[in-house]
Design a protein around this ligand. Structure first.
Ligand SMILES: [Zn+2]
Length: 69
């Protein structure tokens, strides 16, 4: 079964890389989009993963120190 090839390729577009803030080619060629490259993609995922897997610090008996102004 063959699907008709009606998908139009994304027009070349430049977006801002969420990791480094630099220009990132938002096209089908860029497999790391919306990141500008593998490095930024890994960086962002690493941050996300560490945040996800980090257990929240539970303060049960101790109240957080109040800020004095
Ligand atoms: Zn980047």
């Amino acid at each position: 079964m063959t699907l008709p090839n009606t998908t139009t390729p994304l027009p070349p577009r430049t977006v801002r890389c969420p990791a480094c803030g630099g220009p990132s080619l938002y096209a089908q060629d860029n497999v790391h989009r919306p990141f500008c490259g593998q490095r930024c993609k890994s960086m962002d995922f690493g941050a996300w993963a560490s945040e996800q897997f980090a257990l929240p610090e539970i303060l049960s008996d101790q109240d957080p120190p109040l800020e004095r102004s």
